[in-house]
Design a protein around this ligand. Structure first.
Ligand code: AQP
Length: 347
């Protein structure tokens, strides 16, 4: 069943979807189910959709320049192979539209240190070495707010891990509107829906599947071949019990729950529907079934990504065209922001 973002009141603003992904490594099954698949659904539902490869966010941690360029193109191919049509959606990389960085600065001056100090993703990523983390990593959520609000986007489909950042985006919009006595920035709606809003590591059901996890066995990459996908799922950590009969039985079994959630999201079913199909099965039976499904769904995407990667000039052309369309929306919103803030614009 195709699920589009839930329409909600966007006040005086037209319904517009924005979301982004960092080119910080290969795409994972988590990025696909939590983000890309749902991006395509929003586009196919006829909503105006703007998708951004957030390269400025990626450099908040060290990126080798050549690898970053390659990852940006590969991510563009991942978007297109997952169903994003650059003629219907706007697809571009963030650094080509300077409104993101400019509005990000304004928001650095709106957000409060205390707000950013509460961001759990910074704590997770900076770990015990916060003193050595880049300033960019700390104010990452301000730039994310700018990404969204530069388009007056009203809906943002993301995985569950981004919920706190979206709350901050709402706080920034509210404070800006309040401080300047305007109703200029919309209060965005996070769209966090479906069975796979947080796909977990295959090695540890309590940790998010992530492209930067040092263990390749912890994730399925969209570029993995069929054998690798099957092997990783066969080896995925589970407990010794068979699957429970109903969804309630998954409650304290994070690894089992994760595999069932992945199956549900890949097969466009609810978890209850999946349990009616596979409840009581041994993992020896369920895992190959899940592997077959994952290979059937992901292989065409991976094949299409490899095909598209053969023509980097065409990818760059698509990103350039998308950037020009994005700039045409963001530039007037940025100009108006500068006006509201009190900047002289005399040329
Ligand atoms: N495990 C996940 N389950 C569901 N959704 C996920 N997303 C990421 N991981 C999962 C969603 O993918 C989108 C893009 O994420 P991102 O690349 O901007 O950054 P991230 O959330 O930090 O993703 P990663 O894979 O963990 O990247 P690294 O390792 O570079 O930090 C977002 O919508 C996110 O919710």
């Amino acid at each position: 069943m195709t699920q589009a973002p839930t329409p909600t009141t966007a006040g005086p603003f037209p319904q517009r979807v924005f979301s982004g992904i960092q080119p910080s490594g290969g795409l994972t099954l988590g990025n696909y189910l939590g983000a890309l698949k749902r991006f395509a659904q929003a586009q196919d539902a006829g909503i105006e959709t703007i998708y951004c490869i957030v390269d400025l966010h990626a450099i908040t941690v060290w990126q080798d320049p050549e690898k970053l360029r390659r990852a940006t193109r590969e991510l563009a191919c991942g978007f297109i192979a997952s169903g994003i049509d650059p003629a219907r959606s706007i697809l571009f990389n963030q650094s080509q539209v300077s409104a993101h960085a400019e509005l990000g600065w304004v928001f650095n001056c709106v957000a409060r240190m205390g707000w950013l100090n509460r961001m759990t993703q910074f704590k997770d990523k900076a770990g015990k070495h916060a003193e050595n983390a880049s300033v960019g990593l700390f104010c990452y959520p301000d730039l994310m707010a700018a990404d969204i609000l530069a388009y007056h986007a009203t809906h943002v489909p993301v995985g569950d891990d981004q919920k706190q950042h979206l709350e901050l985006t709402r706080d920034i919009a509210l404070k800006f509107n309040h401080d300047f006595g305007v109703e200029f920035f919309p209060i965005v709606e996070p769209v966090i829906e479906g069975a796979a809003t947080r796909v977990m590591s295959l090695r540890d059901g309590t940790k998010k599947m992530s492209k930067s996890d040092p263990s390749d066995q912890s994730r399925i990459n969209l570029t993995d071949d069929a054998d690798t996908i099957a092997k990783k799922l066969r080896k995925a950590k589970t407990d010794p019990e068979p699957l429970p009969e109903t969804a309630e039985g998954l409650k304290d079994r994070p690894e089992a729950r994760n595999l069932v959630n992945i199956y549900a999201a890949l097969s466009d079913q609810t978890v209850d529907q999946v349990m009616a199909e596979v409840g009581g099965q041994q993992f020896g039976t369920f895992k190959p079934r899940l592997a077959d499904l994952a290979v059937a769904k992901l292989s065409p995407i991976s094949a299409e990504m490899s095909r598209l990667m053969q023509d980097p000039a065409e990818i760059d052309r698509i990103l350039g065209q998308g950037a020009a369309r994005a700039d045409a929306i963001a530039r007037p919103i940025l100009q108006k922001t500068y006006d509201i803030v009190g900047m002289i614009r005399s040329r």
